[in-house]
Write a protein that binds this ligand. Sequence first.
Ligand code: NAD
Ligand code: UD1
Length: 338
Amino acid sequence: MNILVTGGTGFIGSHTIVELYEAGMDVLNIDNLCNSEAFINENVDAITGNKQIFICEDITNEEALRKIFSSHSIDAVIHFAAFKSVNESVEKPLEYYRNNIGATITLLNVMKSFNVYLLVFSSSCTVYGQPDHLPVTEDSPIKDAATPYGYTKQVCEQVIADFAEANPNFRSIILRYFNPVGAHKSGTIGELPRGVPNNLGPYITQTAAGILPLLNIFGNDYETPDGTCIRDFIHVSDLAGAHVAALKKLISKKSDLQVSFYNIGTGKGNTVLEVVKAFEKATSVKVNYKITGRREGDIEKIWANVDRAEKELNWKAKYSLEDAMLHAWLWEKKIRNI
Ligand code: NAD
Ligand code: UD1
């Protein structure tokens, strides 16, 4: 099977390419490196012992995409390429709509022209907002998006559903990721945030590495056991494995549904303080932190019900939070030469 991966040099895409090769699939990776570095592809190839085909291209460029589809055999697509900063999306909404929604429309259009009808799409638990009931299932209501980024995920889900309606051969699995953390267990690929990180994982590792003076924990007055927010933190390699499971399901043509949705998390919530403690336990390195005020836009708590993914994709997260913290630390140490 030849799998086209868009955004395959990024955090989740690179780990997914490792899992795809482990599952015996071949990869064509298109990434314009707007939020990633080319050396990641070399490190992925070193882990897998394979040479991925890499094309540095912007997938909003329809003409270029058509040339790629006409010169390669493609059986299915995993579409990661998107901008992902929640804050930045508020400042640059048009860029986010163009890159996230525009690229998805372009990609679907080209897939249709070349009769490529299998798609795995990266969505986010952000579509649920603060759910009324926990753990959140795939049938929980979609809440109004708080930011343009969140809205791009909701719109893309709808675009894919409408495209399916009009194209009976098309099949798609939409994965709603919870909070990916960690790095490959070898410590050779991981998250590469540009500038000061927004997300908790890299903030912790950069604080531990002494790059940042301290971690601000945003609020300890939430209605949770220790007052800090709760999220479902999933090891990025487990998340990557879910894409292989999704592809296998699409390829087997066992589902009657043209479009199906799956929560991809661990099924367990952890507080922010628990994540810090897990990091300290796994690495024996202290994290300097202080409690500050709440961050605007944060929801109090969310974690996934993953029954559907377990049952229908035959997939389950295997790594612990401590594994994720240890692997993220190995990666941080490697890139900082610590
Ligand atoms: P990332 O930024 O590390 O990876 C995205 C990759 O896509 C980057 O390598 C970037 O260079 C590339 N890219 C972006 N626009 C492109 C374009 N127009 N053409 C070609 N390449 C392009 O992000 P990630 O964390 O790996 O996220 C992957 C996907 O998962 C995104 O769609 C993101 O919205 C979604 N997601 C991520 C998270 C998370 O916490 N990381 C959570 C939920 C959903
Ligand atoms: C954020 C986005 C979400 C997106 C996800 C992955 C918001 C409201 N949501 O999720 O849409 O899918 O990133 O990109 O931005 N925290 C600290 N200190 C820090 C960083 C984070 O205390 O320096 C806390 C946050 O308050 C939160 C938790 O850690 O409670 C996780 O934060 P983060 O990693 O940014 O992810 P989310 O906010 O869950």
